[in-house]
Design a protein around this ligand. Structure first.
Ligand code: ATP
Length: 419
């Protein structure tokens, strides 16, 4: 969870400290409030039902036979806005495996083939009270449709019990992008930028805008390739169309979103530009110099995102533009010392004008950084990021110690029991 802070020298944090949706926020929509009223009405009007009403609300997407008893909770991975993520072990498969290994003494082998998954558990009551029913269904649909992509986390199953929704996904074992790696070489960035670009381009072509690209949602697989997760702010939107709901994580939000203007899929490429800039120089550009966001007094950045979620339209940040004469004014000064192809890619991704911004894999392929390099999944998967990490003397942090602490395991068990 603390990956943001592991990049200690990131000097600007306009994100909002939050116990809720970590640093992300979404403006409440009138339409979803309406659906909540409808829900309350039907709750009153119906006198008898066999299953809890909340089951019916979600049953189109989350099957009603809970699979909770099939899994051991191994440990708590993260706490999110609506619930928690656990690392779980499939009991049956683990038993079969143990049986198979029978007399074998080699513990390492047994462990490496343990059938583990990520289980996201979300509180129905919170989803209903936040008017996020459709959002959670879209999240489930989108991950289901796109999870077969090599750089997107695959969804395995969805179910519910009386109080919670469950999303079972493949477990991505090496944590969030910046919790393991703090220094990135040009060769490593070239691979990682290409992998996330492919994932975003795939989503866009499937008629989805992602809207929450940030290091916390980019996970490192066993062989240190990347996987995009968390479709909580994604929305169905055909390529070429625009939308205007103000949402995202401040530090990664494109200028047009901050200005409250209609925006397109190119906002995801802006966020990618911010992430790439962090990889190159360990700092984010400071958009506050160019867009002054004036929050109402009761909504200062220290406040929880929940406050913003609940705010009325007129309470939302007001953005005032200052003209940008040269992109170098905006980028951190360390960028000037980077090689030409690195500066070039940053300038193209962090183009203030959403229409002029680089916004496709095809365009990315044409720039200097990708000369003699194929931005294709097959090509990338044949590369070995771990070799580059070793060759370029990049330090890997062991983020697992915390996760495996006894305290964490007790907290996980208690949390799960209470769910
Ligand atoms: N499949 C997975 N494998 C390993 N870790 C995961 C997986 N899915 C999620 N996580 C971890 O759990 C964190 C929270 O997951 P996710 O973003 O899906 O939940 P959320 O409730 O939407 O959180 P947030 O409020 O931060 O957006 C991720 O940032 C990541 O560290």
């Amino acid at each position: 969870m603390a990956s943001f802070w592991s990049l200690g020298s990131l000097n600007w944090n306009l994100s909002f400290s939050t116990s809720g949706r970590r640093h992300s926020f979404k403006q409440r929509q009138k339409s979803s409030r309406k659906s909540f009223n409808t829900l309350q009405y039907s709750r009153r009007s119906k006198t008898q039902w066999h299953k809890p009403l909340t089951n019916a609300i979600f049953s189109s997407h989350f099957k009603e036979s809970s699979r909770n008893s099939e899994f051991h909770i191994d440990h708590l991975v993260a706490k999110g806005a609506f619930g928690v993520v656990f690392r779980v072990i499939d009991k049956n498969a683990a038993e079969k495996q143990q049986h198979k290994h029978g007399q074998q003494e080699n513990n390492t082998d047994k462990q490496s083939s343990t059938p583990v998954y990520a289980l996201k558990v979300l509180k129905k009551s919170k989803i209903i009270s936040e008017n996020s029913i459709q959002q959670i269904k879209d999240e489930a649909d989108i991950q289901k449709l796109c999870g077969h992509h090599p750089f997107i986390v695959q969804q395995i199953d969805l179910w519910q019990n009386r109080h919670n929704l469950h999303i079972l996904s493949e477990y991505v074992p090496n944590g969030e992008l910046f919790s393991k790696i703090a220094n990135f070489s040009l060769d490593l960035i070239r691979i990682y930028l290409a992998e996330i670009a492919l994932a975003l381009d795939f989503l866009h072509n499937a008629g989805i805008i992602y809207r929450d690209a940030k290091p916390e949602n980019i996970l490192l697989s066993a062989d240190y390739h990347l996987k995009l997760t968390d479709f909580g702010l994604s929305k169905w939107l055909k390529l070429g169309l625009s939308t205007k709901t103000m949402c995202g994580t401040f530090q990664y939000m494109a200028p047009e979103i901050l200005r409250g203007e209609p925006y397109t899929h190119s906002v995801d490429w802006w966020s990618l530009g911010i992430i790439v800039c962090q990889m190159f120089v360990k700092r984010s550009p400071d958009i506050r110099q160019f867009i002054t966001i004036t929050l109402p007094e009761h909504l200062q950045p220290k406040d929880s995102v929940d406050n913003i979620l609940h705010s009325r339209q007129e309470d939302l940040p007001e953005a005032i533009n200052r003209d940008l004469r040269d992109i170098d004014e905006f980028l951190p000064e360390e960028v000037a010392a980077l090689p030409h192809e690195a500066r070039d890619v940053l300038k193209r991704l962090l183009e203030f004008d959403g229409q002029k911004r680089l916004h496709s894999v095809r365009a990315l392929q044409k720039i200097a950084m990708y000369k003699d390099f194929k931005i294709e999944a097959k090509y990338l998967l044949n590369l070995r990021p771990l070799d580059i990490i070793k060759n370029d003397n990049i330090t890997l942090f062991d983020g697992d110690e915390n996760i495996r602490s006894a305290e964490n395991n007790i907290e996980a068990a208690t949390l799960f029991q209470n769910f």
